[in-house]
Design a protein around this ligand. Structure first.
Ligand code: AMP
Length: 411
């Protein structure tokens, strides 16, 4: 059943708790990339315009040691948000207690507050004390272990809960599942609504032919994705470091390439099950070491002794491009090679170009490194959608239920 959306809910005059994803990169107390803040603006602006009392909160990094309480303070995020909204954003430097409650209770319609990093509750216990284990590591874990009292408490602060944090939707935390399970009304924010719509179109209702492209470092990270997509896709093109475990399963030589010995059997089973659905590289670019040095094109799938495969070769690019030609749906997760190296980004770039050339296809990148690669290589606007959540979109592709979304009310 479809989840309730922001426009299904009346927000005027209500205290609206909004879980945003403000987990932005920071350096010395400064936000170094504000994309995630920008991405949350449509939901925030809609709520302001519709007279809600807008109570924002997010995690920022992982709060593991006491020092993180200084490093991962949300104040700089509130400052950036205020600039972007051109409006006062009241920052509340705590995530529970009377200061927060009073700030919320004195809000006028259309006002915005941001409260402190929700993961401070991982190191601060219910008595306001810092709680560490014998190694000096955060031990309260109230946010990340979905402490029931904390979820209930946060839910008690508002009338409506809006989940607009896709990046943490695959986690059951107090600030998403905990609140959604304890509040009268909940819905998805615009950002999460779009993510769900796009991933569902790509993975659950793909127009055929459906071609999936999987790459990246490890087979072990993608086993569940392959399993799920084998039932849905017409073709699965495999590149990147993970292709070498498949190559060994097929009987090819891989030299010093990335190899997961304990996943060779899994790869064999996939090849047997997938038959001609799974397409592997037929040539590679190999190097004697893991470095950005000029490589050598192999004549076939085999890698020479003493070498490692760092990118797919030109014949593979041609093959993959041909396989993509008639696709109506393309879902991609994981680069085709070590795209961070100038000498080994050609395969990833060529796949980007092949997808960009499809004029009549729904094309989706599932977050993480492939999204970074496509953006870095200049193909940001060439896909129907680039997911903002690495882990969350991977779990969606695995066919898993995302708890942060499941907990929100149905329409
Ligand atoms: P993932 O996070 O699993 O999508 O993996 C992305 C990482 O895989 C990137 O940092 C790539 O550099 C790396 N990668 C891709 N192809 C290879 C390869 N042939 N050998 C080693 N690492 C690779």
């Amino acid at each position: 059943m479809a989840k309730k959306e922001l426009k299904d809910v009346s927000v005027s005059g209500k205290k609206v708790l909004v879980r945003v994803d403000f987990n932005v990169p920071m350096k010395n107390g400064t936000v170094t990339n504000d994309n995630r803040i920008t991405a949350a603006l449509p939901t925030i602006q809609y709520l302001i315009e519709n007279g809600a009392k807008v109570i924002l909160f997010s995690h920022l990094g992982k709060v593991k040691v006491e020092e993180d309480l200084k490093k991962l303070d949300m104040q700089p995020v509130a400052d950036v948000l205020a600039q972007k909204l051109n409006k006062t954003v009241k920052f509340v430097p705590t995530f529970e207690g009377s200061e927060l409650e009073e700030a919320i209770n004195s809000m006028a319609n259309g006002e915005v507050i941001l409260f402190q990093n929700t993961r401070f509750a991982d190191i601060i216990d219910g008595n306001g004390q810092i709680c560490l284990d014998d190694k000096g590591q955060a031990a309260a874990k109230r946010e990340s272990k979905n402490n029931p009292e904390l979820g209930k408490y946060w839910a008690s602060l508002g009338d409506v809960f809006v989940n607009d944090a896709f990046g943490t939707a695959h986690r059951a935390h107090a600030s998403n599942v905990g609140i959604a399970s304890n509040i009268a009304e909940s819905c998805l924010g615009f950002l999460v609504e779009k993510e769900v719509k796009m991933l569902s179109q790509g993975v659950d209702q793909p127009a055929k032919p459906f071609v999936a492209i999987l790459g990246g470092a490890k087979v072990s990270d993608k086993i569940d994705v392959i399993e799920n997509l084998l039932n849905k896709a017409d073709k699965i093109l495999i590149g990147g470091g993970m292709a070498y475990t498949f190559a060994v399963a097929k009987g090819d030589k891989v030299g010093k390439s990335l190899l997961e010995n304990d996943k060779i059997e899994v790869a064999k089973n996939f090849l047997a099950k997938g038959k001609d659905k799974i397409i592997l590289p037929i040539d590679n670019i190999e190097a004697p070491e893991f470095a950005d040095v000029e490589g050598k094109i192999t004549p076939d799938a085999n890698i020479d002794d003493g070498y490692m495969g760092l990118d797919i070769g030109p014949k593979t690019v041609e093959l993959f491009t041909k396989e993509l030609q008639d696709a109506k749906t393309v879902v991609w997760n994981g680069p085709m090679g070590v795209f961070e190296f100038e000498n080994y980004n050609k395969g990833t770039k060529a796949v980007c170009a092949a997808i960009a050339n499809l004029t009549d296809a729904f094309t989706l990148i599932g977050g993480g490194d492939s999204a970074a690669a496509a953006i870095q290589l200049g193909y940001k606007d060439k896909f129907t959608y680039i997911s903002t959540g690495g882990g969350a979109s991977l779990e969606y592709m695995e066919g898993k239920v995302l708890p942060g979304i499941a907990a929100v009310q149905d329409k």
